[in-house]
Design a protein around this ligand. Sequence first.
Ligand SMILES: Nc1nc2c(ncn2[C@@H]2O[C@H](COP(=O)(O)OP(=O)(O)OP(=O)(O)O)[C@@H](O)[C@H]2O)c(=O)[nH]1
Ligand SMILES: [Mg+2]
Ligand SMILES: [Zn+2]
Length: 376
Amino acid sequence: MHSSDSFEKPPETGHADARPNTLAPIGWDQARIAEFTEHANSGLSPGRVARVDGQSVMLITATGTVRAESSTELQQLAETSEDRPATGDWVGLRQRPSSDLDVIEVVLRRRSQLSRTRQVMKSAVEQQIVAVNIDVAFIVHAANNVNLRRLEREASQVATSGAAVVIVLNKADLTSDTEARSDEVRSILPQVDVHAVSGVTGERVEALAAYARPDRTVVFIGASGVGKSTLINRLLGREVMDTGAVREDDQRGRHTTTTRYLHPLDGGGALIDTPGIRSIGLSGADDGVAAVFDDIAELALTCRFNDCSHGDEPGCAVQDAIRRGELEAARLASFQKLGREVEFVQSKSDMRLRNARRDIWKARAKSNRERMNERQ
Ligand SMILES: Nc1nc2c(ncn2[C@@H]2O[C@H](COP(=O)(O)OP(=O)(O)OP(=O)(O)O)[C@@H](O)[C@H]2O)c(=O)[nH]1
Ligand SMILES: [Mg+2]
Ligand SMILES: [Zn+2]
């Protein structure tokens, strides 16, 4: 298990001034310092959330790792779980010498936010934050088991977050086919970097290390068992995360990682490990879908009708492109499927729409009842 002591404290030098700044290498830049001035003046110190454990969080600060909880005011301000401190957040902290827990008084503006839609009940969905203030997202798949539909969904999810998408085909040691797999990925995501690597042999892992520069935060997402934690251990150069064997029968992982962890890299930068999730909901906005399918989005601009569904409408530029062989019909199909999912999620999370629908159903039920009564 990982307790707070799995995070290394900076070396004690005896001189406060000589202590290396542990925050700059994980993204505490000039803009953040400026943003923080007023909070520093009111006695707060900065920290970055490394891990959230229920009500308390673990923070990396200039003087080491500390535990903290949100102030009562902050808790009241947080209307949804999205507003609570999340892995990767920069916060302002007030020390509380008499307690093990310091107090988080402010959460700084998020520069990017990766969330997923989680089904909480049969008819209710919730946005769940995966990580914030991230610059790059590694979408990890096993090279011998690439799921293109899932990959498209994950890429759309990342596109809405503000982070750059990088595709990692791990376990390259298990297949001789990595070039063909990489080409398949490039055919659906032409603008995205694709790297075939192995977390076990270390093959091509240096290509990934190149993204993890000082002041950059990289988040790893992907199904359980694809090897996210294995890659992170390799990039960190030590076994920080537990890794787990995949099941023989279906090659699925066992959900070894259960929380999100932010790990500072020795050379600067940070990596966030996340638990593999079974299915990824889309996080609402269509512009993410459009960004991944920008070829279709661009074609659609010239369809005759603004609300063209790219079916059998006259003057459909998308269908024209398919007829000319410039666009694969399968690509349109996955675009439409994704669009429907987004719409579904949006309509579900849009309270007004939900209430309006309920009223319509009530009205229908009522008129059905009345009609039944008339017949009797
Ligand atoms: N052959 C091979 N096996 C790998 C590679 N990377 C990881 N594995 C194995 O795959 C299994 C799962 O690896 P993990 O790193 O735990 O996977 P994960 O993505 O972190 O999984 P969760 O934490 O459950 O989300 C382990 O048995 C690893 O040793 C690789 O490049 N090649
Ligand atoms: Mg893991
Ligand atoms: Zn059209």
